[in-house]
Design a protein around this ligand. Sequence first.
Ligand code: ATP
Ligand code: MG
Length: 496
Amino acid sequence: MTELKKVVDPGQRTHLEIHEIGTVESVRKFIVLASGIPSCVNGQIVDFENGSRGIVMGFKEDYVQILVISLGGEIRNGDKIYNRAEPLCLPVGEQFLGRIVSGICEPVDEKGPVKADALFPLFFDAPGIMDRAPVEKTLETGTVALDAGIPIGLGQRQLLIGDRLTGKTTVAVDAILNQKHTGVICIYCCIGKPYAGLLRVVQILNERGAMPYTIVVSGISPAPVAEQYLAPYAACMLGEYFMQMGRDVLVVFDDLSKHAWVYRQISLLLERAPGREAYPGDIFYIHSQLVERAGYLKKELQGGSMTFLPIVEILQGDVTGYISTNLISMTDGQIYFNAGLFTKGIRPAVDFGLSVSRIGSKAQWPAMREVSKSLRIEYLHYQELLQMSQIRTSGLSKEAEARLKRGAALAAILNQDRHAPQRVEEEIFVLHALNTGLLDLLTAEQIKKFKTEFFSFVSSSAPELIQSLRKEKKLTQEIREKLDQKLKEHFNNLSV
Ligand code: ATP
Ligand code: MG
């Protein structure tokens, strides 16, 4: 049945809207087949007679396939269904900061309703090429191995890939903790994980005072499948609101392998033929549609940015799986977490051999670029040399011994405790100290101590040095001299 309805738009103009009223033909778990609403389009919202809502997921010859996103009661065959011809729009706004919301932006933290500033479409088009600007700033992740070795640019999409329990979430959460002083808005989106996993992250965000600038989108595994499926789009949409206001946003998707799994469940119920590894054929599109929404907007569009850190879990180090290769091909680089390194005690267990950042180093601070020029290669050489030296116990050349010492110092610098992000200035100071050779004779324990003590020594005795490095972003003659002077003083104090 089709009905014409008079609608007054915000500009006080009146127009007629076609409202179709259809019928529910069958209900299978969270999928409904309906007839009589032929003009609806994919991704739009439909309302049920009992107050439930759904989105259009696809079409069969005579039926429209609908995914139920909120239940207002039991849906039965023969119920009426209304096609409002509207895309799915959800609330966004400043008040969402500090809150935990579901995949359809409803608060789930028992802190009451959230006042929305606007309604945004959930499936929004990615910014076009003409709207974008080149990536020119880095995201300060607070993890030395990333900031120095695999830098991430603002607006970039960097995949965190690795086996179970290799420290992926920890690195992403540390990146959020580190935004406390940078003004970057953070969104942590949990998909298909158990409640305990989300609780752990929220707890640490609360403890470290990161919630005021963070939104948590919860698509945990006990939540309805539709919410788990929509959670990453909701996270992205919440970020778009801030990006369009010229803010920088970081979104963590934890994790997209679970998202693919959820979509596979939905697809099978929609009776779509499974493709490779039993995933639906359009899973590539589903994920690329999401990750394309990251970017750096040009100045005329306020110059905001949205950086994505999607996480993907693999099995036994096999990066050739369907979902992981898809995601590798649609992101700007990947950070590979190696289970072997993790068991050896290396934290974070980043494998420099298999990790890449395609644009990050261009956006690095010149000072960081200078001090970390050969870091990756030196570290990989060191690991090779270390293996060889374990086989050959004698006869190492002087040069090899010196390399081993420098490598051990570098390894001690890269090793970092969880939830202890470092400032870029701190990382530059330590890497500069390493390059001067001052750390070669110290033990790993002494280097760990040096990392914290030296920065607090400079903070108290010469805070202007830190400020001028942040301002200049490069090691000018003056900064370098002052830094060397401070290093000398610090080591003199130690030996007294
Ligand atoms: P999952 O597959 O369950 O999502 P994951 O890859 O996200 O795991 P995490 O949960 O981040 O891994 O970390 C696994 C364990 O290792 C946690 O107990 C975490 O506290 C510990 N861990 C990770 N990084 C560090 C670190 N730098 N220092 C000490 N412990 C760490
Ligand atoms: Mg995790």
